[in-house]
Design a protein around this ligand. Sequence first.
Ligand code: ATP
Ligand code: ATP
Ligand code: CA
Length: 218
Amino acid sequence: MKKQVVVIGLGRFGTSVCKELYRLGHEVLAIDTKVDRVDGIRDYSSHAVVANATDESELKSLGVRNFDHAIVAIGDNLQASVLCTLMLKEIGIAKVWVKARDLQHQKILEKVGADKVIQPENEMGIRVAQHMNSEKIIDYIDLSNKYSIIELVASAKVADKTLNQLNIREKYKCIVLAIKRVEEVNIAPLPNDQIELGDILVVMGHRDDLKRLEDRGI
Ligand code: ATP
Ligand code: ATP
Ligand code: CA
């Protein structure tokens, strides 16, 4: 479904969020105080406007209240980021997602009502380290601080065995959600489906169980 999103702050992060949302077909209003940044995003947004997002009357006159979703990507100016977040919530935007530069910034944003706080450098750093740490893990998503979904590459140890034979659910308390093979994705694997060498298994479970599966099971 087409969403109406306002992106505030066109640094690297805001620009990339804006371009991708627009590419996906959503209506995106891009805002920055700098003319060159706004000019640069014109072809990759529905509307691009030079405005100060800490000025409530400017936000209102742009019709920001009609948007379902806002992204605040003002990283380095803490005051502007917090003020803008507070105002967007007061205007009544249902989902306000904000980029934070560190934990302290994150905590303040949560207090003023941010619905989601993102620390891109921090999160990407963890992700890169996780990839480096394990040759088997291709990707992972945290569901909570206990549960994750990871993608694991099937080694010779599990090749030509069925899910039933591997008994991952009982032995490791993990659930195989999907099996990826080249271009094909089996999204509802059955007990008799066979794993091939190099298949990518999408598995959900407790972090400790996933770690056991990664070390011993796959
Ligand atoms: P990056 O994603 O590149 O790391 P960043 O979060 O470190 O970005 P900046 O590069 O400073 O932050 O980008 C923030 C952008 O937000 C800048 O283009 C800046 O002009 C814009 N900005 C700052 N304050 C406001 C404001 N009050 N209203 C609108 N835009 C603002
Ligand atoms: P962030 O991930 O916070 O966005 P950044 O890419 O914007 O980081 P900086 O915050 O400037 O970059 O961090 C780069 C770090 O690299 C700094 O701590 C700096 O001291 C260090 N650094 C820069 N040049 C060198 C160098 N020649 N040798 C070793 N360290 C360096
Ligand atoms: Ca930055």
